[in-house]
Design a protein around this ligand. Structure first.
Ligand code: SF4
Ligand code: SF4
Length: 432
């Protein structure tokens, strides 16, 4: 008979302090050491992803003028980033509701985008708000997150079940959202996205646990799954989520500058209670189980397949050795770091570093260290395997592990109660 346990039983174990929780990474590490772990040994697995998530937006509401001063705001910006007033027209009360996109660029600040603004707000920094009313009245204010009566982060397409690796088969360099520097041609470089075994959907492929109302962590703060994300098909399942910006940890968010423009960084952690053997069997036990499709970056069609085990294995953290830095005249790393984590004088700001590998790739000396790996790919139409060096990771496995560990700790300390979803997630037919 299939083995089962109920959520009530798991929550009772949490209260008694006898629950057995592992992050996916801990489980993998134990299995690699030869430990035997079965359904009986695990009550909860914590999964997470820290990645570029284009589909995030801030939803804000705050007082901007005395009541009855303006009828309607028609323009609004924060730190030079255009927002969209509404949908609720509260301005006659002196309050503005607005939506602002994570990928939107500032018109007044160089290399500044919505993702950075969200992080600045969470860090408690002052922001500059400008608005213009339908009557032509202009209002400018300096505010902090404390002045916002409502500040939520909404994701329309998040925690996609892993993603793809990209190569460029053409002769020319290609500027793309899948690279920091233009992606060089002739299959000479590979970039990839996805936290592999850690990814929430990868561990719950049939959405038996992930559902409408499931409690999750978004950037370290408690949030909820609102429903399926855009284009939530079986191939690329993803989530729509909501969470309060108050209480988020800036370390898990921000912006990442690709060669095509800014992308937002967001991190999601999801607990998976092991309610039956089927759920346990779907938990990823090795990155080699998780396929990573290699696409032609031009046209995005499949040219090969590897696994996440080829790109992720104990190679999560990029290190900087200042004593090996020779202080080049015009440091090529300075200014190329996509998260602004590197400063020649201060080194790597670990709270901003995405462990992407760009610094290692760009620095001509050995001042940075990371095993970015080279992968062997059997490319479509070629007889022999080709070895291609990885030059960029667009997901931060180390950040995902940290968030999964944080979720585990919160569950153990009784700060995060496990609850069942209200309704299942709907999968849509694939549209393209
Ligand atoms: S390129 Fe490398 S060695 Fe040269 S200044 Fe920059 S970090 Fe130092
Ligand atoms: S790995 Fe290097 S380039 Fe990438 S975010 Fe960290 S410091 Fe910046």
């Amino acid at each position: 008979m299939a083995k089962k346990r109920t959520l009530k039983e798991i929550n009772s174990k949490i209260e008694k302090g006898i629950v057995r929780i592992f992050t996916v990474q801990e489980l993998i590490d134990k299995l690699e050491k030869g430990e035997k772990i079965n359904f009986e040994d695990v009550d909860v697995i914590t999964t997470a992803t820290k990645a570029l998530m284009s589909g995030i937006a801030g939803i804000f509401s705050f007082r901007l003028s005395p009541p009855k001063k303006v009828r309607k705001f028609v323009e609004v910006s924060i730190n030079g980033i255009q927002g969209f007033p509404g949908p609720c027209p509260n301005e006659f009360l002196g309050i503005i509701d607005l939506i602002l996109y994570g990928t939107a660029k500032s018109e007044t600040r160089e290399d500044y985008s919505g993702g950075m603004l969200f992080r600045d707000l969470v860090e408690g920094k002052e922001v500059n708000v400008k608005a213009k009313s339908v009557e032509g009245i202009q209002i400018e204010k300096t505010l902090t997150l404390k002045d916002f009566q409502f500040a939520r982060l909404m994701g329309t397409r998040q925690a996609i079940r892993n993603y793809f690796a990209m190569v460029n088969p053409t002769e020319k360099d290609v500027e793309t959202i899948f690279s920091v520097l233009a992606l060089k041609g002739n299959f000479s470089q590979l970039t990839f996205s996805g936290c592999g075994a850690m990814n929430p959907f990868q561990n719950d492929p049939n959405a038996e646990i992930l559902g409408i109302g499931t409690k999750i962590l978004v950037n370290g703060q408690i949030g909820y799954i609102m429903g399926p994300g855009t284009r939530n098909d079986r191939l690329k399942p993803n989530l729509q989520t909501i969470s309060d910006m108050n209480g988020m940890d800036p370390e898990f968010m921000g912006s990442f500058k690709t060669s095509y423009g800014p992308e937002s960084i967001c991190s999601i952690a999801v607990p998976i209670p092991i309610l039956n053997e089927g759920i346990w069997n779907n938990i990823v036990k090795s990155d080699h189980e998780v396929p990573l499709t290699v696409l032609n970056v031009v046209g995005r069609f499949k040219v090969g397949e590897i696994t996440y085990g080829d790109v992720w294995h104990k190679n999560f953290v990029v290190k900087f050795y200042p004593d090996k830095c020779v202080d080049c005249d015009d440091c090529p790393v300075d200014g190329k770091c996509p998260t602004r984590a590197f400063d020649l004088k201060k080194g790597i700001d670990r709270s901003r570093c995405f462990n992407c590998g760009t610094c290692y790739y760009v620095c001509p000396e050995d001042a940075f260290d990371i095993d970015l790996k080279s992968v062997k790919v059997k490319l479509k139409g070629m007889t022999n395997e080709k070895t291609i060096p990885v030059v960029l990771r667009q997901s931060d496995r180390n950040g995902a592990i940290k968030l999964a560990e944080r979720l585990k700790k919160m569950i153990l300390q009784g700060e995060f109660k496990l609850k069942e979803a209200m309704d299942p997630l709907e999968f849509y037919p694939k549209v393209f």
